[in-house]
Design a protein around this ligand. Structure first.
Ligand code: KG4
Ligand code: ZN
Length: 355
């Protein structure tokens, strides 16, 4: 397997496969260069349910798999024989959805006789930045904020050594955005809609609570996050105003909610950098597409002398480039490929880079 990987003049071409949620993604990466990135989304089918329906997502992956791969190959003007290795999201994510991508990726690896890497979706959100900004400085602090996760990770070496310093103890940041969007009457997924609505609002209009930022809670959970109290406070604010028949300024509610999320995320992240003497910060995951988070991160990192990296918005949401980038970085670090009998793991721990 993988006879071409040793050729000095030939950087391996990695095919990335992503199917952990509602996006079917294929991408081709060579070294740290993105050659092609094709994504099909089944989001349209989930909107009426107000959330991703696992069975619908699995079926949609099956249906769009071949066409999305063909689109990816056409974009790169390449054929399957030019692929040197496969990297596939092995977890975490929806079990049935993951299985579709993993089964397809194993079939390609067998048929093409190339090595396969089963990789962690969350670490992929970090690895993808190398496609835009080059290899990650060591060490780097990573704030990973997606629909299912909010984590502070100390990345010593993306191929070998990642430590989780903190995580959300209840709702993830993206989940809070999606739930608040529903309270505000906005469609699913709510993050981009709340972001847009907030631009016209006053972020100081309502003093929403900042979770785990004071007293014993903060001592015990210095690098952890909690957004469920904030979500309830927004719900209460909106419902009480409706009961009183008041005319609510929804932009102010969105902006004040967003400020509370962003303020807590960035305060704790800057503490984590300073207290661990880390001078580089990376934002990753779907919520890092948020305009206010990007702006506040820039301001506060500049003030604290921290170098900030954020992947371009189109690489922040789920795609195959994440898996391909991580696979490519594992190859560059001479990591051993995964055994072909690995299983998709819906609750793969965040510190497991590769299965
Ligand atoms: O990383 P991702 O694409 O999928 C998961 O792995 O979860 O993240 C999706 C999440 C959703 O909760 C979505 O509402 C949120 O990212 N999101 C945003 C924005 N764009 C996407 N949240 C806030 N502001 C945005 N601009
Ligand atoms: Zn994701």
């Amino acid at each position: 397997m993988g006879t071409k990987l040793g050729d000095a003049e030939h950087l391996p071409v990695v095919l990335g496969v992503e199917s952990s949620c509602d996006e079917t993604g294929f991408a081709l990466v060579q070294g740290n260069k993105l050659l092609a990135n094709a994504v099909a989304s089944s989001m349209e089918e989930h909107i009426i349910f107000g959330g991703v329906v696992p069975e619908v997502a699995s079926r949609a992956h099956l249906q769009s798999l071949v066409a999305t791969l063909e689109e990816c190959l056409a974009e790169a003007k390449m054929n399957l024989k030019q692929i040197d290795a496969i990297a596939v999201t092995a977890g975490p994510g929806l079990a049935g959805a993951l299985m579709v991508g993993v089964a397809a990726a194993k079939a390609f690896a067998l048929a093409l006789d190339v090595p396969i890497f089963g990789v962690n979706h969350l670490i992929g959100h970090i690895a993808v930045d190398a496609l835009e900004h080059g290899p990650l400085p060591q060490p780097t602090m990573a704030l990973l904020v997606s629909g299912g996760h909010s984590n502070l990770l100390l990345v010593q070496d993306i191929a070998r050594d990642i430590t989780s310093l903190g995580a959300s103890i209840d709702d993830a940041a993206g989940e809070a955005y999606d739930k608040v969007a529903r309270v505000l009457g906005l469609p699913y997924p709510g993050g981009p809609h709340v972001d847009a609505l907030a631009t016209a609002g006053n972020s100081a209009a309502i003093a929403f609570p900042r979770g785990l930022m004071a007293g014993k809670d903060m001592q015990k959970h210095r690098y952890d996050f909690s957004f469920s109290g904030l979500k309830t406070a927004v719900w209460r604010h909106v419902t009480q105003a409706q009961q009183r028949g008041e005319n609510l300024n929804l932009s102010d509610v969105a902006a004040s909610f967003q400020e509370a999320v962003v303020d807590v995320l960035m305060k704790k992240t800057i503490w984590a950098c300073q207290e661990n003497n880390v001078k580089n910060l990376l934002l990753g995951g779907g919520v890092s597409a948020n305009s206010r988070l990007r702006a506040v991160a820039q301001e506060r990192c500049a003030a604290a002398g921290i170098t900030l990296r954020i992947p371009p918005a189109k690489l922040c949401t789920d795609n195959g480039a994440m898996a391909a980038a991580l696979g490519s970085q594992l190859l560059q670090a001479q990591a051993k490929p995964s055994e072909l009998n690995f299983a998709a793991d819906s609750s793969l721990p965040i510190e497991v880079i590769q299965v």
